[in-house]
Design a protein around this ligand. Structure first.
Ligand code: DAH
Length: 369
């Protein structure tokens, strides 16, 4: 018997006597591992003369191949045997209750957003969207913010670094730039989801993220707004008031919520107003319709003639109103969260408490679950 055939029968015996997959792995390392007995044989080839290597090389390599194959075959046998043993030993008790499943919750902002969309959709509003990173033109200039005017600073804007064309984009400070995108047709090649030039009459809502460098109990650097825009003939402030009051009644599911309109200034509306909802924030929770606090939830007004002109619409023919809601703020009021910052702190305990089941019964006011 040559030394190689002795080695082969010894190895075959080791492999054959392995009774578990783990044993077999130990045998494999002994044979084919870094310093396994066949590996060492392969290593000796390097120091042989050409003549010797030509003779012995193929023999050692064939031995290695047979070992690999034999180990694989044995492994399949052992695995099948182990599975049989396991199947014979284990029983599945179908009467046991399933292990508790951890359910995700719908974030209050998304819940409120769905509720708002349902109510406005019923009033005939469509949806429009725009990008979070905006240019100065859409975020400010076309909305009638004069150049270099301090009003641009009223938003604590996050500016992006100057790009190669010397332009500084912004994280949009409000959803109002989508008003411009909705009214003004552009020849730019835009992705399909970005609003682009719709003929009046227009009736859209624009939900989205907005950004300002601001943080306290009612402000966070990222928050959500819902813009509304209506453009038609003979539209007046009465339509605006009716729309917002009707919305509030449906959203809070009671006609008793008290609102007030305060005169305000926005460059893109004339006249402009803010609407507040009466609430009580004294006890840690926010309660609507009672107390002496007012929470501002929407800015609004009649679209400024300059804005219409900037979008190619004749203000003597078309008029309209617009509004911009804080979506998260509405959530705070409706669901009693005292601090806006908690909404975005990603604290799972908070989300479990204030979040909504994705499979809840439909809300009778909105028909949404
Ligand atoms: N863009 C305003 C803000 O973020 C809110 C707003 C006010 C939107 C009046 C409007 C509007 O469309 O007409 O403070």
């Amino acid at each position: 018997m040559t030394d190689l055939s002795k080695l082969e029968s010894a190895n075959t015996a080791i492999i054959g006597s392995a009774t578990t997959v783990a044993d077999l792995e130990t045998a494999r390392i002994e044979i084919l591992g870094k310093s396994g007995n066949v590996t060492l044989q392969l290593k000796t080839l390097g120091s042989m003369s050409d003549q010797e290597r030509r003779e012995r090389g193929p023999l050692v390599n064939q031995l290695r191949d047979r070992m690999i194959e034999y180990i694989a075959r044995r492994k399949a046998e052992l695995e099948a045997a182990e599975l049989d043993t396991k199947l014979a030993a284990e029983r599945v008790d179908l009467t046991l209750p399933p292990p508790p499943e951890r359910r995700g919750r719908v974030h209050p902002t998304m819940q409120v957003l769905d509720e708002m969309i349902a109510i406005f959709a019923e009033m005939g509003f469509g949806l429009a969207e725009g990008p979070d990173i905006e240019d100065d033109f859409h975020n400010f200039t076309a909305l009638n913010f004069p150049p270099k005017h301090p009003a641009r600073e009223m938003h604590d804007t996050f500016w992006l670094p100057q790009d190669a064309h010397g332009e500084r984009k912004v994280l949009r400070t409000h959803t109002s730039p989508v008003q411009i995108r909705t009214m003004q047709r552009t020849n730019e090649k835009l992705p399909g989801w970005i609003a682009n030039g719709q003929e009046p009459p227009i009736r859209v809502i624009v939900p989205g993220r907005t950004y300002r460098s601001d943080s306290d109990a009612t402000h966070t650097p990222m928050f959500h707004q819902m813009e509304g825009l209506v453009i038609d003939k003979a539209i007046h402030m009465g339509h605006l008031k009716w729309t917002l009051d009707t919305f509030i009644g449906r959203f809070f599911e009671t006609p008793l919520v008290e609102t007030r309109f305060r005169p305000h200034h926005f460059p893109f509306t004339e006249p402009s107003a803010e609407m507040d909802v009466r609430c009580d924030r004294s006890g840690g929770d926010v309660k609507i319709g009672q107390g002496d606090d007012w929470m501002e939830i929407v800015g609004c007004g009649m679209v400024h003639p300059n804005v219409l002109r900037n979008c190619g619409l004749d203000p003597d023919v078309w008029q309209g109103f617009a509004f911009g809601f804080g979506i998260d703020r509405l959530g705070m009021l409706k669901y009693g969260m005292p601090d806006l910052r908690d909404m975005f702190a990603s604290d799972v305990r908070w989300l479990e408490h204030y979040g909504f089941s994705a499979f809840a019964a439909p809300n009778p006011a909105t028909g949404l679950s």
